[in-house]
Design a protein around this ligand. Structure first.
Ligand SMILES: C[S@@+](CC[C@H](N)C(=O)[O-])C[C@H]1O[C@@H](n2cnc3c(N)ncnc32)[C@H](O)[C@@H]1O
Length: 212
């Protein structure tokens, strides 16, 4: 299938080369929220990632997770079965830049996450809030995967068209039952890769929400 490459420049050396697909689902291209989150991680304003366990949900091309792996994190990029080939190609194409580790795995939201335990230090998500049927399964996965010290970084593009505002509102309403959220101010985002309508939320489980 035809592919086209998106280069993502890095301060620390050669750019990431991310293959995309002309045909396929929404995960086959690098979305702007992924660029913003990847560059935030790289900017140093984000959390230290070296030797940390990181899991990316809905990774698509793997841009964010692979960037984290170049910063020394031990990363599992996850998505549906149909994205595994693209994730593996992108891991292979960028493996010489990785200073931690990175592997691709199937994780369908709402399904069993035993193989991803214990909870990672960080969960990364870029542009994963976009269709209503996925909200409950996605929130289940977040609950199943987070421990008291897990930090979720969720980057999303605020969209004003159609059902998007309602989906976003519902997601945050449901999320706040079990999680505390804090918005990372725009001036902490990468100077070039930032936008008024792309937000990064820092999310933690509420301390009272763990089974005793
Ligand atoms: C808009 S794309 C974002 C891809 C990538 N994070 C980015 O920002 O470039 C949403 C991603 O979520 C994945 N996704 C959607 N529903 C999913 C589900 N139920 N379980 C796991 N992944 C899912 C899609 O396959 C896709 O890769």
């Amino acid at each position: 299938m035809a592919g086209f490459v998106r280069e993502l420049e890095r301060r620390g050396g050669p750019a990431l080369r991310l293959e995309q697909r002309a045909a396929g689902g929404v995960g086959c291209v690098v979305w702007d929220a992924a660029l913003v989150l990847a560059k935030f991680l790289e900017s140093g304003a984000g959390p230290p990632l070296a030797r940390r366990a990181v899991l990316e949900l809905g990774a698509g091309t793997g841009a964010v997770g692979i960037m984290a792996a170049t910063l020394g994190a031990n990363v599992t990029v996850t998505d549906l079965e149909e994205l595994q080939e693209l994730l593996k190609v992108n891991i292979e194409n960028n493996k010489h830049l990785v200073t931690g580790s990175v592997r691709a795995k199937v994780l369908k939201w709402g399904e069993d996450v035993t193989e991803f335990q214990p909870p990672p230090d960080y969960i990364l998500m870029a542009d994963c809030i976009y269709y209503e049927e996925s909200l409950e399964p996605l929130l289940k996965t977040l609950k199943d995967l987070t421990g008291p010290d897990t930090c979720v970084l969720c980057c999303y593009e605020q969209r004003t068209m159609g059902k998007n505002p309602e989906i976003e509102r519902k997601y945050f309403e449901l999320l706040q039952r079990d999680f505390e959220l804090e918005k990372i101010p725009l001036d902490k985002h990468d100077e070039e890769y930032r936008s008024e309508d792309i937000h990064i939320m820092n999310i933690h489980r509420k301390p009272t929400n763990f089974p005793s």
